[in-house]
Design a protein around this ligand. Structure first.
Ligand code: PGA
Length: 253
């Protein structure tokens, strides 16, 4: 892995044309304190490696809250057999290193082996008033640091967000379709709807990995979970219990 980690084998494989990679991205949001996060990691480490053995096309991305990135990085590096597991940040500063109190920038993430960053999540857009331009700046910062941005969009922001990105950045992101009405509601969007949006995303961004997020859990329709045109899932509530998360990984991969 590189210092930040974009040159992971999984990325190399994806961008070199393998179309069957499945990404399962755990977004812990502002949940868990340190003992709870350590307990989660303990359960995950006990069960995940045996299950993942030989599954080269499975990429699990753990996005803990910022205070636990360092801890998670250290824990992941204790194991040699977790090449399917990567570290992601839930957000990233739109600014370079400097006087930006409270912001976590790419400089702060150096040497933590952060490979991915979620940007433009609807909760950031709603509660922190982030705009498409803010997201574009975050994408630029991430890319400069060789971190793969996972750009979240709703149906309404697909084309405006794609247009806000620099041409050079647009083809190097992953796009997560996150319909606001389906986040945290317990009811995922329909496969039909998701596949229609996938077409719009490919038109606007090009042939980038397409992720779906919004109430995905082990009860989600199996056809949706295993559909070959969906490159992965962004999981909120259903990642908080490590056993439920691993069960979900079983169903997807
Ligand atoms: P949810 O969250 O799985 O709890 O709906 C998904 C997300 O916000 O990424």
């Amino acid at each position: 892995m590189s210092r930040h980690g974009i040159i992971t084998d999984t990325d190399k494989k994806y961008y070199s044309g393998s179309r069957d990679m499945k990404y399962i991205i755990a977004n812990f949001k502002s949940n868990k304190n340190r003992p709870e996060h350590e307990a989660w990691m303990k359960v995950f480490r006990l069960s995940f490696p045996q299950f993942a053995k030989g599954k080269e096309n499975l990429s699990v991305v753990l996005c803990p809250s910022a205070p636990f990135l360092s801890l998670t990085s250290d824990i992941l590096r204790e194991d040699d057999d977790n090449e399917n597991v990567h570290l992601g940040s839930q957000d990233i500063s739109p600014f370079p290193a400097g006087a930006y109190t409270g912001a976590v920038g790419t400089k702060n993430l150096e040497d933590l082996f952060v490979s991915y960053a979620i940007v433009g999540h609807s909760e950031r857009r709603t509660y922190f008033h982030e705009t498409n331009n803010d997201v574009a700046n975050k994408v630029r910062e991430a890319r400069l640091a060789s971190i793969t941005p996972i750009v979240c969009v709703s149906r309404e922001t697909i084309s405006s967000q794609a247009n806000a990105l620099e041409d050079a950045d647009r083809a190097h992101v992953m796009v997560a379709f996150e319909p606001i009405d389906h986040i945290g509601t317990g009811i995922a969007d329909t496969l039909d709807d998701i596949l229609k949006v996938r077409v719009l995303v490919k038109e606007a961004f090009g042939d980038v990995p397409f992720i779906y997020g919004g109430s995905v859990d082990p009860h989600t329709d199996k056809e949706l979970l295993t559909h070959p045109d969906i490159d992965g899932f962004l999981i909120g509530s259903a990642c908080l219990d490590a056993r439920e998360f691993i069960q979900l990984i079983h169903l997807v991969s």
